[in-house]
Design a protein around this ligand. Structure first.
Ligand code: BGC
Length: 256
């Protein structure tokens, strides 16, 4: 069974056809820069282009960088404010002409890592942090997702945490890995003191460079890099869509 997995990020929108049994990418990923300002209509048009690129007529799962409840976006930290209150699932479904399951991007990455990656078989409280344009967070208790956890926005030194310790901030301020890691380590200490996780998985763009900063982290919790790296969002979105549309299992396309 295959599903088109999409991941809307602050700098790029990525898509690939995913085998939802194995999580394998069945196509090379297609990445298009996120339109300036990430306005709803421009993002929807970009998504339609990616769907068209794959000539895809089946179901779609999409990770999106906001709190998402029943398809509706409720926050807009790194995207246009006009997303708040907008039914993203309906908007994307209309431009594509197929059903779309939309979920928070960090939740999507977490689903993939827990099923097929670094969190596989792990019980207890697992916290996954995606380090990219923002800080995405997602929480699993004994394998069950607690959706829309927004710990990237806790306040540290009077600032939103992701404005101090994201990958985008490291780039913008030209911080060395050790300078940035100090900030990120402080963040991990704060989050850990609030949640007491059993395992922390680090994903997102910065997970590619895990070896460059891991030795600077001092928090007393087991930390591992994400295994599916930056592809986890697309894979998890596809897995979530396959679960949301059980008729797929019977070989039918929803809405067809
Ligand atoms: C958003 C989250 C998102 C994260 C990563 C944050 O700014 O509030 O919803 O998961 O960025 O994209």
């Amino acid at each position: 069974m295959q599903v088109l997995g999409l991941d809307v990020g602050g700098s790029g929108i990525k898509g690939a056809i995913i085998d939802v049994t194995t999580g394998a990418l069945m196509t090379p990923r297609n990445r298009v820069p996120t339109p300036e300002g990430a306005e709803p209509s421009a993002v929807a048009t970009t998504i339609a282009h990616i769907v068209h690129h794959f000539n895809w007529k089946g179901p779609v799962g999409c990770g999106f960088p906001a709190v998402i409840k029943a398809g509706v976006a409720h926050t807009a930290a790194n995207i246009a404010p006009s997303w708040v209150g907008l039914d993203a699932a309906r908007l994307f479904g209309e431009v594509i002409g197929h059903p779309v399951l939309v979920l928070n991007d960090a939740d999507a990455a977490g689903i993939a890592e827990m099923r097929l990656g670094a969190g596989h078989g792990r019980n207890g409280l697992v916290l996954l942090i995606t380090i990219g344009t923002g800080l995405g967070t997602c929480l699993f208790m004994d394998g069950h997702l607690v959706p829309n956890v927004e710990l990237g926005h806790i306040e540290i030194r009077g600032k939103d945490a992701e404005l101090r310790a994201s990958e985008a901030v490291r780039d913008a301020k030209n911080l060395s890995w050790s300078e940035w890691a100090k900030r990120f380590d402080e963040y991990l200490h704060r989050v850990s003191a609030l949640l007491w996780p059993d395992l922390i998985i680090l994903g997102g763009g910065a997970s590619r460079s895990y070896e460059k900063f891991a030795h600077h982290l001092t928090v007393g919790v087991e930390i591992v890099p994400a295994q599916l790296r930056n592809e986890a969002g697309m894979i998890g979105a596809a897995l979530a869509a396959a679960e949301a549309y059980p008729e797929l299992l019977a070989g039918e396309l929803p809405g067809s």
